[in-house]
Write a protein that binds this ligand. Sequence first.
Ligand code: HEM
Length: 497
Amino acid sequence: KNSREREGLSKTGFDARSLWLKRLWPSTQVHPLPPALPGVLPIIGHLHKGLTWSSNLFNFFKILSEDCVRQGGVTVFKLGPEIHYAITDPQDALTAAKSCLRRHYVFDFVKVWQGDSIGTSAGETWAYHRKLLNPAFSLPVIHGFLDVFNSQAKKLINEVEPFDGKGLFDHRPHFLRNNFETLCATTFGIDAIREKQHEQYLQSAYKIINIFKDKLFKFWLQIDFIYKLTGYKKEEDQLVKNLHSLTKAVLEKKRIAKENEVLPDTEANTSGLKYKAFLDLLIDLSADGVFTEKQIREQTEIILTTGFETTSTQLTFTMLLLGAHPDVQEKLYQELLEVLGPERDVGKYDLNKLIYTNAVVMESLRVFPIIPFVLRCIDQDVKLKNYTMNAGSYCIIFPLIPNVSAKDKKGDQFRPERWLNDDSCSSQDFAAFGLGKRSCIGKTYAMTAMKVMLAHFIRRYRVRADMSQLQLSADFVLKPVSGHEISIERRHSSSAL
Ligand code: HEM
């Protein structure tokens, strides 16, 4: 309905951005609101604060989530007359995520880049496409990627060999490149695009996300002619062009690969397996008339955006945590030796045996949830434990961000053992992949890829790190800015830490 509404407006000369007019109209609040974030003013609400928030989103999340915890798990902030409910309470977070499936209007801004992909679309379109694409991320498909995951992990540990015993280095770019190649070889079924195109892609993505963020808080930018006049539109157009060039390169490479029957040149390619990886599935579905070429590009775009920075950033954090917690690293190492021995690849039957490894990854996701919040529209009244959220409002759900804020306060924050005792953590506590029907489609892919990478890395190297200088930023994805470097020392399989 939302997109039809948008199309209707386009015909009259307005576009999606003009919806700000509608949004600024005060809506009736039938149900009483929870306490507001401090600093609310009449009419403008928290808009004056928005200007500071937009320049430091991480700080905003911290303030908002800490306040939310203090208020008992639910609070509101107002951008003019727009009500945004903030939720940290795990049970309310689950209720909200399950009841509100439509993404926040900020995702309408994202459509210039991603069109109606499964990440941005709504209603029946989203439900239908998600159902069609779910099988491409199912367990048998992911098991079929294990050879690639193993060979890519081995490639990475060889690549970082020059840093062995040489002190601190920034491991993030290595994980980024490697995970990008892995994504190409698995979900896209192509050789990696070897130039630094993935880095340019990320730089353009960060820049365009900043523009969308400005547009959210500086609401006047949502007026078309101001957006153009201030030069934002021109910059946005250029960035969209840059972003689309990588997608085009991926699709072109796939076309050539299909024509020539060229398969990925990773040590073990994914041929001969009875599954359809993401891009092959899309192409097959387009042959059946389900997806147009434009839709193939849009769905590929969302997987490029979500499929490699996520896992590599999470691995960056995991290495840092392991380096700073030698006791946890030792336990992990011992499990890896017991299950796999010093050299063996991870096979599908090993995954269930790597219990502590799994707990380490889950705990890393709990301590540093790289997508720390989810933004949704409230299309109908939603009953929470103590409040009812009014239809026509928005919600920002972040059950995990209090962990990030509390990091300095609790010395024992990184404790994988909490996941070994079923009573101590509920599934709601593991919300790093989102909650409910619209949670992450790539969860199994990500968990498996990360475990395989850890299995090879930690058997090869002893990692050291000091987290005391860590600086974070959050431009929608939580990432380290500085103080995240690690040092590595090659192990001899029998040595202790
Ligand atoms: C550590 C790794 C990852 C984390 C923590 C993560 C987390 C998330 C979260 C929190 C969401 C939002 C869920 C919601 O709205 O409730 C999401 C959505 C999504 N993720 Fe992931 N993700 C990861 C890796 C991946 C990978 C590897 C892929 C693809 C290969 C992927 C594809 C997607 C897509 C397509 C969506 C949108 C789903 C929809 O709207 O239906 N993610 N992810």
